[in-house]
Ligand binder design. Sequence first.
Ligand code: AMP
Ligand code: MN
Ligand code: MN
Ligand code: MN
Length: 284
Amino acid sequence: MNIDLHCHSNVSDGVLSPAEVVAKAADNGCTLLALTDHDHTGGLAEARSAAQSSGIHFINGVEISVSWRAQTIHIVGLNFDEQNSALQKLLAHTRQGRLLRLRAIADKLAKKGIDNVFDGALSLTANPEMVGRAHIAQFLLDQGIVRNKETAFRRYLGQGKCAYVQHQWAALADTVHTIIAADGIAVIAHPMRYGLSATAKRHLFTEFKAYGGKAIEVHSGNSDLNDRLNYARLAEQFGFQASAGSDFHRNDSYSGGKLGVCPELPAHCQPVWQNWIDTAAMKH
Ligand code: AMP
Ligand code: MN
Ligand code: MN
Ligand code: MN
C-alpha cells in the first residue's frame, strides 16, 4: 500500500500547487495522502477536492515548527479539524516573523558578499508569508554560490552557521495540546534528522508522550532500513504508533523522497493510518 503522510506544496516551501501534489502522488500509486505544509493549512481544501477527483483518500495535515530546548523540532498534526480556532491561532502566531528573519539572514549573507537574498528568496515563493530557508538555499543554488542545497545549509543556513538566525517557534506542549484539542493526532516528524543524542531523544520522546503525543515517523524521505528498524524499536519502547511520509518538496535528492510512496514498515509497527483505512473501508 502506498501511503504518504508528510509532503509539501507551494503554500509553504514545496514547488507544486496542492492539486499538483495530489495528482502526482496519485500517479505514483498513492492511496492515502496527507498534505503537511509548514505552519499553514491553506492548501488542504484544494488538495482534498483534488483527492476526491483522483479517488484517493485524503487526511488533513500540517507540520508545525517547534522550539524545544535550543533545537527546532517539527511536529506533524494529522486528521484534525482545520476550522479549530485555537489551532488556527497557534499556526498564525507561528507563521509570524518569517519576513523579519529573512531580512536578518539576508543582512548576514550581504556581509559575506552575497547580495539580493531578500528579493531573490521572495521571488521563489508563492506565499511570501511562508518564506523559509529552503527558498534561500534555492536562491543560493540558482546563483551558483553553492553546488547544492545541502551545502547552503552546511555552509550558511544551518544551526550555528554564519547566516543562521535563531527563531522562536511554537512550544512543544502547546503544539501537542492544540492538535489534540482539534481532534487530531501529534507525530514527531523525521526524528532521525535532528542530530539528537540518545539521551536527548529519550527526553524529547518522554515529554512528547506526556503531553499526549501519539506517534513518530518511522520512515521519512530517504530513510534506510536501518533507520526504520531503529525507530520502529523506539516506537515500540515508548508505545508510539508509526507514521511514514516522503517529506517531498520538489524533485531533487535534498528535498525529500518520492512523493506518495512508502517502503514496507518493520512488521511489529502499529501504523497510525490503520483506523483511517478501516473507516474508509466501512464507508464503501
Ligand atoms: P525553515 O522552516 O524556514 O527554518 O526551513 C526549514 C526547511 O529547510 C525544512 O523544512 C527543509 O525543507 C529545509 N532544510 C532544512 N535542512 C536542510 C538540508 N540540510 N538540506 C536541504 N533542505 C533542508
Ligand atoms: Mn520544508
Ligand atoms: Mn520538517
Ligand atoms: Mn516536511
